[in-house]
Design a protein around this ligand. Structure first.
Ligand code: ADP
Ligand code: MG
Length: 679
């Protein structure tokens, strides 16, 4: 049986009907040994024939048989074996790895076959010596002359002792002396293998060939048999295979692409950091705000009023007004909670009265009420200075107050007011004089940055109860104190004050209010928080945008970077395939490179994320009063912080591997000839 033969081999380029018929029904049985030359004018289909025989292209019709098997129908593994173990290809332009040494180039086919490096080097030295290239072993290929390069290429082709050697115009780029040299080498190789050589140098061909095939317009027109030399087919021992050589390529790629990988890494870090930071805010800020929400003493008090809708007959216009609710109405709504109801005496004690401090007069703070035991029960952990006390006549200030009035503890806040109570006919004056000793400073969420004085509500309430309104009493014929005046509607006050003892109950109440419509509960702390939350929502929207942009950025950077790495090496890749490397072997160095790069920049971003998180949180703390809005991204307990980071790393690496491998997979479909075409 002939080792290599083909029947009706046909190749059309660019469409069956109007395409170029490069090879037209070529049928031939090659001898098992000897030098078979293919002669023909340029464009007659010589290279096409070699490409079809060496699996670089698929035929449009017809078959190539190797040892009786249709090679195009073989599984990938067998195709690899055919290229790796049975054949070698010699290109007109050498097809060597230019930046490698001669030795590395020559031993590669042996490494692919599973030889140890040591053994491969020994064999390579022998063959280099045989062809007069001994001194070249450690030279970089790029520094060699054309003739030397081609001789090295032939050494690489011969070292694995292939059964068939394809050579496409191996002397085409060489001068006469070097051409002669190359022909001698091929001729000597043809003693033990089949050499199929394409050439248009008639003289050389006639001097060395055993047979000459003449091609014209893709057709075999004649065959000359110069010498008859038919060897018997030798059974070759099947050698092993190894993939370790790819690690060398990985190292080579890393070295060659160092700068590019650094740049990719930098952009990757920027992208990853934006993703982590925006995600860190988007997934963690809500919870942080929830935690902060109760962080003010003001949070425990609220005003309650009743809403009344007044309709005018059939008119579509209706008015709403607020009224003071009765205790029963309040109990009806909040019955199950722990709270106490008090009159709202803000007509007598305005929110921002004039006050004295350190012998000066100011009016820049809000006087906010606390239930007398609030601090003792709940506010203790908000104290940043001073102590919780149940003494009479004390007050607390917040940290904003302490900024404008340094070291306030122990000093007094004095409120001295005279409030007229006048219903048009009867006139009374309510005199208020209080001295509050500052006992402590409250550190609280202060989005609006207002200075505050917290005073005990009950104390003032008692004093007002003792304040008798003489003229009103006389008019009504009974003793009327300032608080009674509120109940009787003598003062224009339409809400009641409620104090809660537990911040969780406040949350319940506020969730409840949203559904109710006739009882209105309002709290300054809650409003401040609501407006902060809306601000944060708007901010989140921007961050989603940033997040989307960075995500596409990272994917794009990966894809572009790894695509360009591949494009740079497509010729090398094709060369490896033609040497019989497996798909996985060719891809591995690329995948390792892109995987390693992405792992590195991803880990670096994670490491950088921590200090940046602290920095940004500090900024937010300064501007908004909440410091821990950015944290390690997490989606509840199922995807906690560490899980998120691991997922992030995995997704990143996946994106990198995916974009790193796509180009190779795509280019495999197109065939190798385009990449390896000799210019
Ligand atoms: P030779 O090697 O004998 O000079 P080729 O085998 O390279 O000739 O080309 C044979 C014919 O096929 C030529 O006309 C060439 O233009 C055409 N051809 C080769 N490769 C392609 C291709 N990839 N696409 C279209 N036409 C091609
Ligand atoms: Mg050609």
């Amino acid at each position: 049986m002939k080792t290599l033969s083909c029947s009706k081999l046909t190749k059309t380029y660019g469409g069956q009907t109007e395409g170029v018929l490069a090879l037209n029904s070529f049928t031939y049985s090659f001898p098992n040994k000897g030098l078979v030359s293919i002669l023909g004018k340029s464009g007659s289909g010589k290279s096409t024939l070699l490409c079809l025989l060496s699996l670089m292209e698929k035929p449009t019709a017809g078959k190539v048989y190797f040892k009786g098997d249709d090679i195009n129908a073989l599984p990938d593994k067998a195709k690899n074996r055919f290229l790796r173990d049975e054949t070698s290809f010699i290109f007109q332009h050498y097809g060597l790895f230019d930046k490698e040494t001669v030795l590395e180039n020559v031993i590669l086919p042996l490494l692919m076959k599973g030889y140890s490096r040591k053994k491969a080097i020994k064999k390579a030295e022998t063959i280099l010596l045989r062809f007069g290239l001994k001194g070249f072993a450690r030279r970089e290929v790029a520094t060699l002359s054309g003739g030397e390069k081609q001789r090295v290429a032939i050494c690489r082709a011969l070292i694995k002792k292939p059964r068939i050697i394809f050579a496409d115009e191996p002397t085409g780029a060489l001068d006469a002396r070097n051409g002669e040299e190359v022909m001698k080498m091929l001729s000597s190789a043809s003693k033990s293998a089949l050499v199929i050589m394409v050439s248009h140098n008639k003289e050389l061909v006639e001097a060395y060939s055993d047979r000459i095939l003449h091609l014209k317009d893709g057709k075999l027109v004649s065959e000359e048999k110069l010498k008859t030399e038919e060897g018997v087919e030798e059974e070759k021992t099947n050698t092993g295979t190894s993939s370790f050589w790819v690690l060398r390529f990985f190292a080579k790629y890393l070295k060659e692409d160092f700068r590019r990988n650094i740049l990719t890494g930098l952009s990757g870090i920027i992208g990853c950091l934006s993703i982590l930071l925006s995600f860190g805010y988007l997934t963690c800020s809500k919870e942080a705000m929830q935690r902060k929400r109760g962080e003010t003493l003001e949070y425990l008090s609220a005003n309650i009023s009743k809403k009344e809708i007044i309709n005018y007959g059939n008119s579509p216009v209706s008015l709403s007004r607020e009224k003071r609710p009765t205790i029963e109405e309040i109990n009806d709504r909040l019955g199950s909670l722990n709270y106490s109801v008090h009159p709202d005496y803000s007509v007598f004690f305005p929110l921002s009265p004039l006050y004295g401090f350190d012998n000066e007069e100011y009016s820049d703070v809000s006087f906010v009420s606390i239930y007398d035991s609030s601090l003792e029960e709940y506010g203790k952990n908000l104290l940043i200075e001073g102590e919780a006390s149940l003494e009479q006549g004390i007050c607390y200030v917040n940290d904003v107050f302490a900024k404008s009035h340094p070291s306030p503890i122990g000093k007094e806040v004095v409120v001295d007011l005279t409030v007229p109570l006048d219903n048009g006919f009867i006139h009374d004056e309510v005199k208020i004089y209080y001295r509050f000793a500052i006992k402590g400073i409250i550190g609280e969420f202060s989005y609006m940055n207002t200075p505050k004085v917290y005073y005990p509500y009950g104390l003032v309430e008692n004093e007002l109860r003792k304040t008798i309104l003489e003229n009103h009493s006389e008019n009504l014929g009974k003793k009327i104190n300032a608080l009674d005046a509120l109940e009787l509607g003598l003062a224009n006050e339409n809400s009641k004050k409620v104090f809660f003892h537990d911040p969780n109950e406040m949350d319940l109440v506020y969730n409840k209010i949203k559904e109710e419509n006739n009882i209105v509960i309002s709290s300054n702390a809650f409003m401040v928080f609501d407006s902060f939350s809306s601000l944060s929502e708007a901010f989140s929207l921007c961050l989603w945008l940033l997040f989307a942009i960075s995500l596409f950025g990272v994917i794009g950077i990966n894809a572009m970077s790894f695509l360009s790495l591949f494009l740079k090496r497509r010729k090398e890749v094709a060369l490896l395939f033609s040497l019989g490397a497996k798909k996985s072997e060719v891809m591995t160095p690329f995948l390792l490179e892109s995987g390693l790069a992405s792992i590195l920049y991803c880990l670096l971003s994670i490491a950088l994320f921590y200090p940046l998180k602290v920095l940004f949180n500090l900024l937010l703390q300064n501007y908004f009063g909440i410091g821990d809005l950015i944290d390690i991204p997490s989606f509840g307990p199922s995807v906690s912080g560490p899980v998120f980071l691991a997922l992030f790393l995995a997704i990143n690496v996946f994106i990198a591997l995916f974009s790193g491998s796509m180009p190779i997979l795509f280019s495999l479909r197109k065939g190798l000839r385009k990449e390896l075409r000799d210019e």
